[in-house]
Design a protein around this ligand. Structure first.
Ligand code: NAD
Ligand code: IPM
Ligand code: MN
Length: 363
C-alpha cells in the first residue's frame, strides 16, 4: 500500500530546505518508492494562517501519516506572543507529544570531506560517528507543574518562574531500550549522560540504565555527568559511540555535537514512536539570520529523508543512495556557506539540492 508522507515546511529557512528535500523524495518515488506527499502548516506559519501553531487539520494528517518531514519552526516575529501556547515551538512539541515520538536519534557523523570544515582540529574529529539518543516527550520540557506566577517571598511579592524535571521509570526504560538496541547494532558502547550528583530524577535515570544493562551483556554501559560530557565532546569526541540522555541535555549536547560534523546544517534527526512512525527534521532551527537568502545548508534535511527511508519506510537501499549522493557532492567540492572554506566552491541552497539530485539520479 502507498505510504503517506506529510511535509511541514514551517518557518524561516524551513520552506527553502524542505523544498530541496522534497526534490529528493520525488526522485525516490521515480525510483520506485510508493508514497504520496501531502503538505501542512505548522509553527508560525500555522499561527499566521489559522491562529494556532498546530492546526487541527495538521495534527490529523500527522496521525494518519507513515512519516513526517519537518523543516523548522519559530522566529522573532512570534517570540513576543503573550499566549505561550501559541508560540511556534509549541506546534513542534505538540506533534512530538501527540504522536508519542519519544525516541529521538541524532547521528553526528563527519563526512571525511568536511574534516577541514569543523572548528576543531581534523585529527580530533576525523572518523567521528556518534549516535545521540535523546528522550523527546518527557523531562523538564513537559513536566508539571510549570508556569510564571506571583508568589509571596521573604521581602513581599515577586514573580517566580518554574518547571518540573520529572521522569517515570517506564519512560526511562523505554528510551534506555532504544539506546541499548542501537548500541548493539553499532560499536556496543553506551554512555548514559545525567546529573546524578545533584538531581534525584537522574539518580533514578542511572539506576534504571544500570538495571537494563544486565539484559544487554554485550553492551558496555558507562555514565557521565552532563557538564563533563559537554567538555569531553569537544576534547575527545571519538570516545563516544551511543549516548543516551534526557530531553534537555540531549538538546544541548546535540547542537555541540553538530559542530563536530562541520556545521549544524549537517545534523539530521529521526523521532520515533513504538510503531516506528516517525517525524524527520534537521536538528537546527529556522535560522532567521539567513532566511530567504539561499544561504541555508539543505543537507541535514536531505539526510533526514534518508533516515525516514531507513527507519519508517523500510527502504534502506534508497537511504544509502541518498547518503552516497551527498558524499559525491562533497567530493565535488560543493559547499553551502556554513561549510565552505578556501579551495571549495560555494553554492546556494538550491544549487546544493540540485547537485544532490543529479548525483542521486546518476547512482
Ligand atoms: P538556529 O539553529 O535556527 O540557528 C543557529 C545558527 O546556526 C544561526 O547562525 C543559523 O544561521 C545557523 N544555521 C542553522 N541552520 C543552518 C543551516 N541549515 N545552514 C546554515 N546555517 C544554519 O537556532 P536559533 O537561532 O537559536 O533559533 C532560531 C529559531 O529557531 C528560534 O525561534 C528557535 O526556537 C527555533 N528552533 C527551531 C528548531 C526546530 O524547528 N526543530 C530547532 C532549534 C531552534
Ligand atoms: C530542537 C529544538 C526544539 C527543542 C525547540 C524548537 C522546541 O531546539 O529540535 O532541537 O528544544 O527540542
Ligand atoms: Mn535544539
Amino acid at each position: 500500500m502507498s505510504k503517506k508522507i506529510l511535509i511541514l515546511p514551517g518557518d524561516g529557512i524551513g520552506p527553502e530546505i524542505t523544498a530541496e528535500a522534497v526534490k529528493i523524495l520525488n526522485a525516490c518515488r521515480e525510483a520506485g518508492l510508493d508514497a504520496e506527499l501531502e503538505e501542512g502548516l505548522v509553527g508560525g506559519a500555522g499561527y499566521d494562517a489559522v491562529g494556532h501553531p498546530l492546526p487541527e487539520s495538521t495534527l490529523e494528517k500527522a496521525k494518519a501519516a507513515d512519516a513526517i518531514l519537518l523543516g523548522a519552526v519559530g522566529g522573532p516575529k512570534w517570540d513576543t506572543l503573550e499566549d505561550l501556547s501559541k508560540r511556534p515551538e509549541k506546534g513542534l512539541l505538540g506533534l512530538r507529544k501527540n504522536l508519542n515520538l519519544f525516541g529521538n536519534l541524532r547521528p553526528a557523523l563527519l563526512y571525511p570531506q568536511l574534516a577541514e570544515a569543523s572548528t576543531l582540529k581534523p585529527e580530533v574529529v576525523s572518523g567521528l560517528d556518534i549516535m545521540i539518543v535523546r528522550e523527546l516527550t518527557g523531562g523538564i520540557y513537559f513536566g508539571q507543574p510549570r508556569g510564571i506566577e506571583e508568589r509571596d517571598v521573604e521581602h513581599g511579592k515577586e514573580r517566580v518562574g518554574y518547571n518540573t524535571y520529572v521522569y517515570s521509570e517506564s519512560e526511562i526504560e523505554r528510551i534506555g531500550r532504544v539506546a541499548f538496541e542501537m548500541a548493539q547494532k553499532r560499536g556496543k558502547k553506551l554512555c548514559s549522560v545525567d546529573k546524578a550528583n545533584v538531581l534525584e530524577v537522574t539518580i533514578l535515570w542511572r539506576e534504571v540504565m544500570n538495571r537494563l544493562a544486565s539484559e544487554y551483556p554485550d553492551v558496555e554501559l558507562s555514565h557521565m555527568y552532563v557538564d563533563n560530557a559537554a567538555m569531553q565532546l569537544v576534547r575527545a569526541p571519538k570516545q563516544f559511540d551511543v549516548v543516551v540522555t534526557g530531553n534537555m541535555f540531549g538538546d544541548i549536547l546535540s547542537d555541540a555535537a553538530a559542530m563536530l560534523t562541520g556545521s549544524i546544517g549537517m545534523l539530521p534527526s529521526a523521532s520515533l514512536n513504538e510503531k516506528q512512525q516517525g517525524m524527520y527534521e534537521p536538528c537546527h532551527g529556522s535560522a532567521p539570520d539567513i532566511a530567504g537568502q539561499g544561504l541555508a545548508n539543505p543537507l541535514a534535511t536531505i539526510l533526514s529523508v534518508a533516515m525516514m527511508l531507513r527507519y519508517s519506510l523500510g527502504e534502506s537501499s534508497l537511504a544509502e543512495r541518498i547518503e552516497r549522493a551527498v558524499g559525491k557532492v562533497l567530493d565535488q567540492g560543493l559547499r553551502t556557506a556554513d561549510i565552505a572554506y578556501p579551495g571549495t566552491r560555494q553554492v546556494s541552497t538550491r544549487e546544493m539540492g540540485d547537485a544532490v539530485l543529479a548525483a542521486f539520479a546518476e547512482s
